[in-house]
Design a protein around this ligand. Structure first.
Ligand code: SF4
Ligand code: SF4
Length: 341
């Protein structure tokens, strides 16, 4: 396993990190097996979030069997208000049963309001740093157009961007400035939220970047072994694999929602976003929670769609939004009939 310096944070992290979403779908024992396998293979960077269900607790339990000091533990919460942020930090420390979080990130900066709240709440993170609750500060950014705004704040030691071989624009936008400012880059969604089902291709794409840490989200120990081998072998994609990537990119490029929310609002009340990302959620989060929670109201809003197409005119990525909404609504109903009997 190769290790890289995560920008000016000076954290020395493995070439690939452990993403904390999929362990929400498995038992404590299975989550522990995944985590222990990852650590055995040399992974030392673990990334989770306040909003990932019981992920932090599962990580906390597994940490009891590990040398915590050899690991870099990151978590995050959305910037809401000072009270919420302080509570989230304390809660994460408690859930993971640790004294200090190595990297604390503002979660999901994807519009001006969230960005403004992040700016206002920076002193809260600085205070947590002084108190020794967190060591470094980062941000996770979904909208490409916010990447440089976040980097220009000069407030973060790391930035997490959505990057994969289908959606490459985040790297093109982020890397020059992040390198100039010595900000460490972490990549979420290496499998494009389920749009890529070939791990070999997905992770070979990252061989071109020796200063980006993709996060791997797995539910089974064998999956992490396969991915670490791809990175360790370090064999670049051959011509056939590059062609395959190109084919998938052309098939899926107009299906992958970048979460910019430019399509919103719909004047007929359809909750276009997050409906556009339902399948991606369903590929990673516990299905039972999805089909019985807030998603019901979101998906039901689709009944108000009059197929006017106005949302598609606003989408900078030319997504076939009407088709995606139709498919995701049908997929939700299918899952509901299976899981809500
Ligand atoms: S559908 Fe298009 S405009 Fe709407 S959030 Fe996704 S990428 Fe952005
Ligand atoms: S097609 Fe029209 S009604 Fe339907 S979601 Fe888009 S903007 Fe709303």
């Amino acid at each position: 396993m190769k290790y890289i310096r995560l920008g000016k944070s000076e954290l020395n992290v493995s070439r690939v990190g452990f993403g904390g979403i999929p362990i929400m779908r498995v038992s404590y024992e299975e989550a522990e097996k995944c985590l222990l396998t990852a650590i055995e293979l040399g992974i030392n960077y673990i990334d989770t979030a306040t909003d990932y269900g019981d992920s932090e607790e599962k990580i906390g339990k597994a940490l009891k069997k590990l040398d915590r000091d050899k690991l870099v533990i990151a978590t995050k919460s959305p910037p809401k208000d000072a009270d919420h942020l302080e509570k989230c930090i304390d809660q994460s420390l408690k859930r993971m049963q640790i004294d200090e979080i190595d990297l604390y990130q503002f979660h999901c900066i994807n519009n001006e309001d969230v960005l403004k709240r992040a700016i206002d709440l920076l002193p809260v993170l600085e205070k947590a740093k002084e108190k020794g609750k967190i060591r470094h500060i980062g941000a996770t950014v979904h909208g490409v157009e916010f990447i440089n705004k976040v980097l220009e704040m000069d407030a973060f030691e790391t930035i997490m961007i959505a990057l994969n071989f289908i959606v490459t624009e985040a790297a093109e936008v982020a890397l020059p400035n992040a390198r100039k400012k010595d900000v460490g880059v972490i990549a979420m969604k290496p499998m494009a939220g389920g749009h890529i089902d070939n791990a070999n291709l997905a992770f070979k794409y990252f061989l071109d970047f020796d200063d980006i840490v993709p996060l791997v989200g797995i539910e089974k120990p064998e999956e992490i072994k396969q991915i670490v081998k791809i990175l360790d072998d370090n064999i670049p994609a051959n011509e056939g694999e590059l062609r395959e990537m190109e084919t998938i990119r052309s098939e899926q490029g107009d299906r992958f929602c970048r979460r910019c929310e430019y399509c919103m609002p719909c004047e007929h009340g359809v909750k276009i976003f997050p409906m556009t990302i339902f399948k991606s959620f369903a590929a990673r989060f516990p299905i039972k929670d999805l089909v019985s929670g807030n998603w019901i109201e979101i998906i039901e809003s689709y009944s108000k769609c009059i197929q006017c197409g106005e949302c598609e005119k606003k989408c900078p990525y030319n997504l076939g939004i009407r088709e995606i909404l139709k498919e995701n609504s049908a997929y939700f109903r299918e899952l509901q009939s299976q899981y809500c009997k």
